[in-house]
Write a protein that binds this ligand. Sequence first.
Ligand code: ADP
Ligand code: ASP
Ligand code: MG
Length: 400
Amino acid sequence: MLIVKKFGGTSVADKERIFNVAKRCIEDYRKGNDVVVVLSAMGKFTDVLVQQARDINPNPPKREMDMLYTIGEQQSVALMAMAMDSLGVPAVSLNAFQVKMRTTPAYGNARLIKIETDRIKNELESHKIVLITGFQGVDGMDNYTTLGRGGSDTTAVALAAALHADACEIYTDVEGVYTADPRIVPDAKKLPEITYDEMLDLSSLGAGVLHNRSVEMAKRYGVQLVVRSSLSLAEGTIVKEAVNMEGMLISGVANDKNTARIAVIGLEDQPGVAFKLFNHLANHNINVDIILQSVGRDGTKDISFTVAKDDLKEAVATVERHRNTSLKYSKIDVEENVAKVSIVGAGMMSNPGVAAKMFEALYDAGVNIKMISTSEIRVTVLIDVQQTEKAVNAVHNKFF
Ligand code: ADP
Ligand code: ASP
Ligand code: MG
């Protein structure tokens, strides 16, 4: 069997944890498997790098930020190879450049295009455990890129797909995917299984346990994932195409504080206004999430929408740049102290009243809703960020 195993930052945070991971990998290796291991930077090292960069330059060039990020993952794989060597097992560490993990040139948010597998296969044939840096890639000009925070999961899934691995295991600091973030909802339940679609919605809506692109990629290439703990032997959560969740109205509650609302007030109430507004944003690679348009009055209307906090400055600047040319409006309002709370579940499709039940839970908890957005299998509300924990617990209690 060829097994791809990915370990997150907490799982390799110190010497003891590194040896714990080394031993778990060696166990599989000794059973005769080919083992490819993807690692994240140790502990919160990536955050430390962000701080170091900002201390020198509050607006660091994105290329140099990615150059800096790459050292975190490289430290992990090199130390892991040393740990395995000390345990008498041959291992080799490779970074994205050595593997040739090609990505688009979008610094900080690159997409994987192609992974060369020759080097990895050669190392496996010479019976080594192959340790690969997560999160990083190389663009067509040999610049280092990164896949977005939390991107090591995506590296692992992409490798599993490229190598036609028999298993892809994501090891983290919780025992699987829960019905809500177990750090916010202490009685959240571990899900034995979840579909790609529901997991994709949960992770896109803030459940950081899996990078959303990793789920997208797992679905596209049919890579079945297991999410489990590196610190216990408990069985984890399987992420796959179809699961038996009969009787479950929703599979989980997610929250996301990385959001901000922009309201463009007094836009002309004419055809093409929404197109122009969102086209300008799309041209700057700004992802827009919840959109709300008011009823027109006196020939004007308001459009509000949410963007990730990181994109806020650029989104506002983009809208302002087109003021009085392609966009006519009276003012922009920005609200940063907001959070999204969402419920996700295929059971919603056949059960009316799920949204009402969520709104009732929020009403009982005294939480005001600022915006609402729905799809077939999810409901998202925007609320005051201070009320996030209260709202998530109230909604979770209502459904589980
Ligand atoms: P790693 O460093 O291993 O990639 P992450 O911090 O990226 O770990 O992801 C694991 C964290 O995801 C957990 O500690 C937990 O707080 C958070 N999380 C958020 N939502 C969920 C959920 N629904 N189920 C499990 N964990 C969740
Ligand atoms: N080290 C990177 C981060 O902290 C990538 C990852 O952990 O997946 O975002
Ligand atoms: Mg992660």
